[in-house]
Design a protein around this ligand. Structure first.
Ligand code: MN
Length: 151
């Protein structure tokens, strides 16, 4: 089962994310600030991190920097969520080590699509790293594409 770590200082937002993600079948673990997020990454080994930018102690930029500097975490998909809606922020976020960006208020459909996109990219990277599995992965994707065509 896919496990997501939600790092977000606002309890109401954490609850909202948890409900959205559990409804989609994800397993959810939570952190309230940057240092806890880094501890939870080691403890819980999530598949993906949903990371709020505005947090006390260590903000999202500092957390993603620490992740990219740690060889055992460097490949972790990290999706930024932020209330900052200023022009240029999206580019700044994507140039800072995040793999994706969503601005608050969070749209449930966009969240689900972004998570799927990042998890698929991770699977493709893993397949590329293991050539013997590439063919199986390609067949899986072809089957998925054929399935999508029917809808
Ligand atoms: Mn926040």
């Amino acid at each position: 089962m896919t496990k997501i770590l939600i790092a977000e200082d606002n309890a109401i937002n954490r609850e909202l994310f948890r409900e959205l993600l559990e409804a989609r079948g994800y397993t959810v673990v939570e952190a309230c600030d940057g240092p806890e997020a880094l501890r939870m990454l080691e403890q819980s080994q999530p598949d993906i991190l949903l990371l709020d930018i505005g947090m006390p102690v260590l903000d999202g930029f500092a957390v993603v920097r620490a992740i990219r500097e740690n060889p055992s975490l460097a490949a972790l998909p990290v999706l930024a969520v932020t209330a900052y809606a200023m022009q240029g922020d999206r580019e700044r976020v994507l140039n800072s080590g995040f793999d994706g960006y969503l601005s608050k208020p969070i749209n449930a459909k966009s969240l689900a699509e972004e998570l799927e996109r990042l998890l698929n990219e991770r699977d493709d990277r893993n397949a590329a790293a293991k050539p013997s599995e590439t063919e199986a992965n390609r067949e899986k994707q072809a089957a998925k594409a054929a399935g999508n065509d029917r809808h």
